[in-house]
Design a protein around this ligand. Sequence first.
Ligand code: FE2
Length: 261
Amino acid sequence: MSEELVERVARRFQDFAEPYLREPGDDFAYRLKVDHTMRVRSIATDIAETSGVPERVHLAARLAALLHDIGRFPQYKEYRTFRDAESANHAGLSVRHTLREHMLDSAPQDIRRLVLGAVFLHNKRSLPATLPPDLQAVAQIVRDSDKLDIFRVMIAHFSKQDPEHPEVALHVKPHPTAYSQDVLESLLRGETGDYRRIVWVNDFKLMVVGWLFDLNYRRACQMLHELGYLDTIFESLPKDPQVLALRRQVTEHLARRLANG
Ligand SMILES: [Fe+2]
């Protein structure tokens, strides 16, 4: 039953995205979001499977992964940007379009509530301190999966494997060595980076590195480690003493998370 429901929602997602992919000239932006969604779905499935979560959390996490970014399509179509600050909160749009398109009408009520909650919370800087345990688990799985795939998207973008597209890195300024002191210092304090402080391309990379501190599931840390994303990002950052200190700190943090189970 649950596999069938996930497949049905996956097909609905593809049908929803389809007309956008036919927009002349903008297909790259939309394709990026379709591919991202499919990868977030498979990462979320992996985390849920290996972390022994209850079946309802497992199901809701897969559905929320499929729907978390559907608001990106109408957002880009209307505003021509993925920057929420200059357009609309895309998580709110995702909830609105999930409801408008009746994406979850065949899901049980409790699952629907978990999915909508996790979709709405997926892009918050941090989660509220008190959430019902199931919602917290679903939201954490989706947030970890989303971050893990954005690591990949950013690396592909900065290493020029993907075609140039300004919306991927949200219009940061290119420079080989410049970064903002306050961004680096907040990471050295173990804080998660803030989109609003990003100026340079290296700030963006530093912020992405800082997402490690915000990963909830050990399995997500394990994937990050196995994929070597942090090393790849650090190789493309300037090698000054501060950045090297951050690299040591991040490496130790990851090793601790992997050792602690
Ligand atoms: Fe998102």
